[in-house]
Design a protein around this ligand. Structure first.
Ligand code: SAH
Length: 380
């Protein structure tokens, strides 16, 4: 906290307000020195979320409005002709703990993931309405995060309306509130463009494709064939819709094939069939849901990368990702090293890949860094 980390766990508190209600509180060190203001949640392991340092104005709903306005302003340059969507608020990284706001064209998808955000729900929504005048705001909160702070989960609404997201110059259909995450994976925007730069003339494999973000970017950039795998029928249905939406930019649409399958199994089948690709993208869901699961997750990441390397043609590119917070760049590198060793290949790292800039990493809050990857070249 002293160095700006915005959380204090309950075990670190010598004493706490005698209240059953979550509340704003002054936070003092053991020597009685004022450390700042925080939001205290009784009975939660994450007991305090810091809100203001000494010397900053006293925290109030005015502060929330100011921080929302500033976070929105910081994303303004992203809304060019190529993007009508971005993450506007990334929780602690934007000094609004547990609050996520994604804009998808005229719609907002808001997550109130904790007691602080829930406590100020009405103020947050009023500010967002005043600042952005959205057509609609959907609550897509993460119920696990809410339950950890003793809050009731919110139920997902059935949104039958399609929103057309424009991200990186590509159109995507989404049913905000009904699909995965907040509706679309905004965090991979820049990486899709980086990978697509290498796609011309490639046979590409997009494993864990969801609605086709990487596939569409690669196809548009001139990949000669794209095979995309996901286990979710709903995701592949969105993908099919996205192919229609981008038809004008995809002259070789028949070269894009989707496969509904488990990636771990499908890659093995492809190896048996002798398939080879020049560009492979691995973007799995969180395989390490918590720090305690890291060892099992490392094995899964290694297996995944090993299977993918078996499918790599000489000189192929591999864009491999992890969105598990606990999987550091060092660990990911080690996993790749083991996978390359077992596959009998050499790997060159061309560049590390990170979450897009509308998901900034706050230095004092390492937990805000979660999406990591490497673009590698594979040698036999
Ligand atoms: N690359 C995507 C995002 C991937 S999210 C994009 O750019 O938008 C992870 C995806 O993995 C989800 O769509 C989920 O349905 C899929 N998934 C999870 N486990 C899987 C498995 N074992 N096999 C295949 N797909 C899986």
């Amino acid at each position: 906290m002293r160095f700006g980390h915005p959380w204090i766990f309950s075990g670190a508190l010598a004493s706490a307000p005698q209240t059953e209600n979550a509340t704003l509180a002054d936070i003092l060190s053991s020597r009685g020195e004022l450390l700042g203001q925080g939001f205290y949640t009784p009975h939660a392991r994450l007991a305090v979320r810091m809100l203001a340092q000494p010397g900053e104005p006293i925290f109030s709903t005015e502060t929330i409005h100011r921080r929302l306005a500033a976070a929105i302003e910081r994303r303004r340059q992203l809304f060019t002709g190529k993007n009508n969507s971005a993450r506007l608020v990334f929780a602690e990284s934007d000094f609004l703990p547990g609050l996520i706001v994604d804009q998808f064209d005229g719609i907002l998808s808001v997550q109130l993931n904790g007691a602080f955000a829930e406590h100020y729900r009405a103020d947050i929504l009023a500010s967002l309405n005043a600042l952005l005048k959205p057509k609609e705001i959907f609550d897509t909160s993460d119920n696990d995060a809410r339950n950890r702070e003793g809050l009731k989960g919110v139920s997902r609404i059935h949104n039958a309306d399609e929103t057309i997201i424009m991200s990186g110059g590509i159109r995507y259909a989404a049913r905000i509130g009904a699909g995965q995450k907040t509706g679309f994976y905004l965090d991979q925007r820049t990486n899709r463009a980086i990978v697509a730069e290498h796609a011309a003339g490639c046979r590409a494999l997009d494993a864990f494709c969801y609605s086709g973000g990487f596939s569409l970017a690669c196809a548009k950039a001139g990949a000669t064939a794209v095979t995309a795998i996901d286990s979710s029928a709903d995701a592949l249905q969105l993908f099919a819709r996205n192919l229609e939406l981008n038809a004008a930019d995809l002259p070789q649409r028949e070269k894009i094939n989707t496969v509904q399958a488990d990636v771990f199994e499908e890659l093995r089948k492809m190896k048996a069939a002798g398939e080879k690709f020049n560009l492979i993208i691995l973007d799995p869901p969180k395989l390490a849901p918590s720090r305690s699961k890291t060892v099992a997750a490392e094995k899964a990441y290694k297996d995944l990368n090993l299977q993918a390397l078996h499918l790599a043609a000489p000189g192929a590119l591999l864009a491999t990702f992890s969105c598990s917070g606990a999987m550091t760049f060092d660990k990911l590198r080690q996993v790749l090293h083991y996978a390359a060793h077992d596959a009998g290949k050499q790997l060159q790292i061309l560049q590390p890949l990170v979450q897009a800039e509308d998901h900034p990493v706050l230095l004092a809050f390492p937990e805000s860094e979660y999406l990591r990857g490497y673009l590698c070249r594979v040698y036999i």
